[in-house]
Design a protein around this ligand. Sequence first.
Ligand SMILES: [Zn+2]
Length: 189
Amino acid sequence: MLIQNIVNTFFCSCTYVLTVDDFSWLVDCGDVEPLLSLLKGKNLKGVLLTHAHFDHIYGLNELLMLFPNVKVYTNESGRESLLNDKMNLSRYHETPFVFEFPENIRIVDGGDEIALSKDFRAKVIVTPGHHPSCLTYVIDNAIFTGDSYIPGVKVVTNLPQGNKKQAHESVDCILSLSESGTIYPGHSS
Ligand SMILES: [Zn+2]
């Protein structure tokens, strides 16, 4: 699996482009323009959302207009936030965002496995605390943590629906996983 990282203009959030056999997948979606050359000629299958805060989702409408078959993976809380500009916090920025392709959402939960190709699967781990929509994805030895764990940075829990205790438990869980893997966090530091 090839992993390429794009650092987005908004809050330096990260989009990861995964090339898995003949397919491409994204982890989160901010700026679309820099993705296009990486996705050219590739079969983009889906977007794995680490959580549904604005800075991790704001490119999704533009992306889905270009790639209408792409599925967006999140949990039930993420679905709610995708469809509500107050919950995804975009209301407090210049461009309120509401996801316009709800039929493309696929709900996943802890323990689920998303088939990325014949040989690769993304294991879904629930890591709330920063936000109830926080999911961590383990693919081979790569661990995509979003804002549930950013090395050297304290988890932000003072946003709506944040929970300090859950955040600590999630960090412990991720740290135990990271002994045998590499962390790919939700922001570039
Ligand atoms: Zn966030």
